[in-house]
Design a protein around this ligand. Sequence first.
Ligand code: CA
Length: 425
Amino acid sequence: MRSWVAAANAPESPFPIQNLPYGVFSRPGEHPRCCVAIGDAALDLAALEETGLVSIPGNDGVFAQPFLNGFMALGSPVWDAVRNRLTDLLAEGGDTALSGNSPLRNAALIPLSDVSLHLPFQIAEYTDFYAGRHHAVNVGTMFRGPENALPPNWLHIPIGYNGRASSVVVSGTAVRRPLGQLKPPGAETPIFGPCRRLDMELELGAVIGGSNRLGEAVTVSEADEMIFGYVLLNDWSARDIQAWEYQPLGPFQAKAFATSISPWIVTKAALAPFRRSTPHRERELLPYLREPGPMLYDIALEADLTPASAAHATTITRTNYKEMYYSAAQQLCHHAVSGCPMRVGDLIGSGTISGPDKGAYGSLLELSWGGKEPITLATGETRSFLEDGDLVTLRGWAQGDRYRIGFGECSGQILPALQKEEWLS
Ligand code: CA
């Protein structure tokens, strides 16, 4: 299928008509409002709503809001109806109400180079899982030794922790190096100061568009139905703070300072052709966690690192979402099965997505093997962990036949830690 928006038809375009990811945009001086990306433009959904080209009975103005939560809460029949309508308006040979109306076309199709993209939804709560087997084995080996690498529960439960919604930021937001307690190797007691082992984690975030009531559980298929779409997610991590604080309750401040997400929510509908089954189960899962169909996706993922001084980036890892052991639907089901209510706007982090080989690891902790084997960048510099000024950029896409479902980028640059006089004594 082709679009009359010419740029959408280039095979390498991240935003062909098959994609139509949702975002929130503005130009200088304007109120943020909802859009989809098509080719090299943002299509202003509030403008289409105002002129009646797209309408959701009883929900006028849902796209004029600065977040997508209102639309997400309407559920999959409405998501499907709007997607079908937008596809018809944008397809070659489709409804000409937009393509044939040049004043509206010029007003509603805005070059992406002219817009700012905002956090696309209000994060209700944020939970991060630890559901990639290669990552869990690598980190467990470094922290506890190879014989205790996988905790005894790992093959039975998608394990996770409750993160902070308050520090989820959109791509492009700078990330301040965190302060905290760390215990340097060989030291008897901890010190306070800037993190020295600052890391990234390449993840995918599931964006929840449904809810369950307190005390109600959901099945894996109901959980899958509640997922609106996916974003790229960088779960920034302070490894030295983490190593000192994490037992027995898991990470706390080591993860609470920032989580970056990409500005475009790629819908579950756009990803449907790329569904893949979870890998072979070493231990059979309890029935409530079994999947009735494929719920992972074949999504190629990369991370670039660009030092402040460098003219160009180095791609430090290439991996794929299909490497995960548990799907977002399984994670969501497990999260809700206790009766914990899930809400529209919840964000579920996949866990670090590492492949089986060194070039496919999703964190610097793994890529530099705990700092013992620093990686070399294209500039000749080496890195074990992130330095001030480093820019990390995640990218992702699902590759179709002559089109790709792109996620855009998720980037963040490291700012130096704060320092206050009274901490020095
Ligand atoms: Ca994580």
